[in-house]
Design a protein around this ligand. Structure first.
Ligand SMILES: [Zn+2]
Length: 108
């Protein structure tokens, strides 16, 4: 099941999904020589892209999710209704103010 039409759409929503967490608990891409287990019970084969998030400050405990599950998780949390879309967009903007862009424009 394709949840997002393009990688770009997915990455855009992933950023908004990450805005729900503080910086140190954000989701990152992972790539491993070892096999891992997806939090939803799938096997993540070695050398296949997956997503991971630290569960403690030291990053010793992690949750890993395969790419298919991550797309569904992000879609259900962020894009399944208009309210969660707006709230996550707002959180993202609060964390990433557009000031930098304005500054760059002004510097020119
Ligand atoms: Zn999975």
């Amino acid at each position: 099941m394709a949840v997002y039409h393009s990688e770009k759409d997915f990455l855009r929503s992933l950023k908004r999904f990450n805005a729900l967490s503080s910086h140190q608990y954000e989701w990152h891409t992972g790539f491993s020589e070892k096999e891992h287990e997806c939090a939803f019970g799938h096997t993540i084969p070695a050398e296949v892209l997956y997503f991971k998030k630290p569960l403690d400050m030291d990053g010793e405990r992690k949750v890993r999710v395969c790419k298919d599950c991550m797309e569904k998780l992000v879609f259900i949390t962020i894009d399944s209704d208009r309210h969660s879309k707006q709230v996550s967009e707002q959180l993202y903007r609060e964390k990433h103010p557009a000031q930098k862009k304005i500054m760059k424009t002004m510097m020119r």
